[in-house]
Design a protein around this ligand. Structure first.
Ligand SMILES: Nc1nc2c(ncn2[C@@H]2O[C@H](COP(=O)(O)OP(=O)(O)OP(=O)(O)O)[C@@H](O)[C@H]2O)c(=O)[nH]1
Ligand SMILES: [Zn+2]
Length: 380
């Protein structure tokens, strides 16, 4: 596991890493940070021409919804930075028309390999765009690549280990530290910090009052981080209001727990959420924008939430949410959701489209918000 975290660090810095799969060596690099000559440099290191691995969501955005899984598109050595960006996450629908790389992939019908899946898993865990430059190292170049591994210039990770990095070591969360933090809406409050075993993400359990000892259903909020909404009160979403309302509601219910989860942007990270917002400004809704970037509708996993609840001895909850996916994720994790309680922010002209996409396309239970809005617009 240790090598995987170091590899993620290198990929985020724009360095190549080597994925090993049996005897095969594959050089991998992120699109972010790729320059004009990255493709040709990788080609000379590896002795083969690189390809571009894209997620099935990106393929769907490029008009290939049947792909079903990731694909490896052949590149030409002359492919510069802009071509990579256009293919990997650009919003230029015309890129798919007459696209040589897509045509090359369709013709070759090459099966994807463990290294391709591993490369995309690393990009996702690193919160980078889920697209990867990959190139198989030729026999002739192998000694030079081994030399770079030996002198520490590059890192090698095993494909099977990298492929599983998204699971984040379930059951191995570390409870790190805690403190009493009185809040304006909940005076008797403790923050407990948990760290994932690979050290990449930290989550906070905000324990309000005394949530009991396991028999009664504990009021619980799972809140995914939203820097823009939670901290700055962004009007593009309802997160900030939901966060504050959740604390007040849990206090009013006699105490409970709010898990503040490091899942910025539904799990795609802040850098990609900002990219998604810019795409939304060109007319896409919140789900289609994420798909253009190569992500699914919702990239969050709730295994860590279940782990934290286990650590706190909580088995039965009253969940504050409008998201049926959170209810089922907890149930799958063995937590009994005895009751769901709605938790709303308010509608405004900037978040209306976002909330209606969540309601109409993602099945969030927000009808009450929209009917209250209609009533208030109907006048006296
Ligand atoms: N990718 C993406 N993420 C967004 C966008 N707007 C808000 N978010 C993120 O969406 C998440 C919202 O999280 P929550 O409020 O916990 O969850 P929810 O799925 O809306 O469900 P509720 O429990 O009903 O609030 C946060 O991580 C935000 O950063 C957007 O346009 N694109
Ligand atoms: Zn938000």
């Amino acid at each position: 596991m240790h090598q995987v975290e170091r590899a993620i660090f290198d990929l985020r810095r724009g360095l190549p890493v080597v994925i090993t799969d049996g005897d095969t060596r594959v050089l991998v690099q992120a699109i972010e940070g790729a320059g004009e000559d990255t493709v040709s440099r990788l080609a000379s290191h590896a002795g083969n021409t690189p390809s571009l691995v894209l997620s099935r969501h990106r393929l769907a955005a490029l008009g290939e919804p049947e792909a079903g899984h990731l694909a490896r598109l052949p590149l030409t050595e002359g492919a510069g930075r802009q071509r990579l960006v256009d293919l990997a996450f650009g919003f230029t629908p015309e890129v798919a028309v007459g696209c040589d790389e897509l045509a090359g992939w369709r013709r070759s019908l090459e099966p994807t390999q463990a290294a391709d899946r591993a490369a995309l898993a690393l990009m996702r865990r690193a919160l980078l765009i889920p697209a990867a430059l990959v190139v198989r190292v030729s026999e002739a170049q192998r000694p030079a690549v081994e030399a770079r591994l030996e002198d520490g210039a590059w890192l090698a990770v095993r494909a099977d280990q990298a492929e599983h990095c998204l699971e984040g070591g379930i059951g191995m969360l570390k409870r790190v530290s805690e403190a009493r933090i009185p809040l304006a809406d909940a005076f008797d409050c403790r923050f407990i910090l948990f760290r994932e075993p690979d050290g990449l993400r930290e989550h906070v359990a905000v324990v309000i009052g005394d949530p009991g000892n396991g028999d009664a259903a504990v009021p619980l909020r799972l809140h995914s981080a939203c820097l823009t909404g939670d901290l700055f009160g962004s009007l593009r979403c309802d997160c900030g209001e939901q966060l504050r309302n959740a604390v007040a509601d849990i206090q009013a219910l006699g105490g409970g727990v709010l898990l503040y989860l490091a899942q910025e942007g539904r799990g795609i990270g802040l850098a990609n959420k900002l990219r998604a917002y810019t795409l939304q400004d060109s007319g896409l809704d919140t789900l289609d924008a994420d798909q253009v970037l190569g992500f699914g509708e919702d990239e969050r996993h709730y295994g860590v939430a279940v782990d934290i609840l286990d650590a706190l001895g909580i088995r039965r909850v009253q969940l504050l949410t409008n998201n049926p996916g959170k209810v089922s994720a907890l149930a799958e994790g063995g937590i009994e959701v005895v009751e769901r309680q709605a938790l709303y922010g308010s509608l405004n002209d900037h978040n209306r489209r976002y909330l209606s996409a969540k309601s109409e396309r993602a099945g969030h239970l927000l009808d009450a918000v929209f009917s209250a809005d209609q009533d208030s617009n109907a006048g006296p």
